[in-house]
Design a protein around this ligand. Structure first.
Ligand code: NDP
Ligand code: OXD
Length: 321
């Protein structure tokens, strides 16, 4: 009997999201299951029982009448949640050690960059200026991590090991060794008041859209060796009010920002973030999903599902993540 086909829909536009590269990896791990890279005029949509997708166009998945599971090829499912015609089948997201490790690298890199005054030191080098400023210890800096899920909790643990004071904020209550945990709207202000460097690893949902705004930035701690609070956002661009971030950087409400994600991606060439002296910008590559790891993850889940086992990391459509 034929195994149900896997339809691949990938619209990333960057090197990591080369559709052919993903197709080769899926062919390697799917054995005799047909893997169809869409668009493919010779493929009957009724054959697809599984879809593995990155940023499919709204309505694209509704064309497959026999889907059993959709696999999002990244951790964030906001693009899929915005599709009102999304088939009502389980939606699985990525939660694997490879991706988690990459995000922890990004967070540690950027927290350390601001803590160790790297922008000042690089400017000093360009200007041949031998004028080190006094350096404070990590234990004098409080890092607050918004989102204590797969990525946030791992990054928080790594920062703790580096010696920072670390707290975190989530929707539900948590207990994590060495991390001061806050949850829900009622505890947000207390979390912000002790935070010098704010790391955002929230998913984008109706509850979190534009949560990173002037009102929130003005509650962050201003009395740290950094002089002014720092924002690091690697969640989604929709979490941030970009006009507020720029205005807060200009008037000193924020001292600096590391931004990996933007409301419009790619960031348009005339965007002010490109040239703002206090912005460290990366092109949404804080944590790439690796085709080798993720194709194996999807193939394993399909095998287990067909053998009657449970799917892992299924999104709750009511929560939106
Ligand atoms: P998880 O679902 O594992 O964790 C989400 C966390 O956010 C949870 O702790 C959750 O709380 C918390 N949360 C959600 N809604 C709220 C809310 N309204 N108030 C307070 N806390 C809330 O997600 P991941 O850690 O795997 O990923 C987080 C996001 O990172 C992704 O959604 C994606 O957008 C982004 N990402 C970005 C990448 C990049 O390269 N820039 C790469 C990969 C992911 P609770 O624990 O109580 O449920
Ligand atoms: C993800 C991402 O959600 O890469 O995995 O942004």
């Amino acid at each position: 009997m034929h195994k149900g086909a896997l339809a691949l829909l990938i619209h990333g536009g960057t090197e990591n999201w080369s559709p052919q590269r993903w197709k080769r990896r899926f062919d390697d791990v799917c054995g005799d299951r047909r893997v169809a890279l869409l668009p493919d005029a010779g493929f009957d949509p009724a054959e697809a029982q599984y879809a593995a997708v990155w940023k499919p166009a709204p309505g694209e998945l509704a064309a497959f009448p026999n889907l059993r599971v959709i696999f999002n090829l990244g951790a964030g499912v906001d693009a899929l949640m915005a599709d009102s015609s999304l088939p009502k089948v389980p939606l699985v997201r990525v939660a694997v050690g490879d991706l988690t490790g990459r995000m922890t690298e990004y967070v540690a890199l950027h927290v350390l960059m601001h803590h160790r005054q790297e922008p000042y030191l690089r400017a000093s080098q360009r200007e041949k200026r031998w004028q080190p400023k006094a350096q404070w210890p990590a234990g004098e800096i409080s890092v607050g991590v918004m989102g204590l899920g797969t990525l946030g909790s791992n990054a928080a643990g790594a920062l703790r090991h580096l010696g920072f004071r670390v707290s975190g904020w989530s929707r539900s209550a948590k207990e994590i060794d060495g991390i001061e945990c806050f949850h829900g709207h009622a505890q947000l202000d207390a979390f912000l008041q002790r935070t010098d460097i704010l790391v955002c690893l929230l998913p984008l949902t109706p509850d979190t859209r534009h949560i990173l705004n002037r009102g929130l930035f003005s509650k962050l701690n201003r009395n740290s060796p950094l002089g002014a609070p720092v924002l690091i956002n690697a969640g989604r661009g929709g979490l941030q009010n970009e006009a507020d971030i720029l205005a807060c950087l200009d008037d000193g409400t924020l001292g600096a920002a590391s931004l990996d994600v933007f409301a419009e991606e790619p960031l348009p060439p005339d965007g002010r973030f490109w040239t703002h002296p206090n912005v460290v910008l990366t092109p949404h590559n804080a944590a790439d999903t690796d085709p080798d790891e993720i194709s194996k993850y999807v193939a394993r889940q399909i095998e287990r599902f067909e053998a009657g086992g449970a799917l892992e990391n299924v999104v709750d459509p009511a929560r939106g993540y």
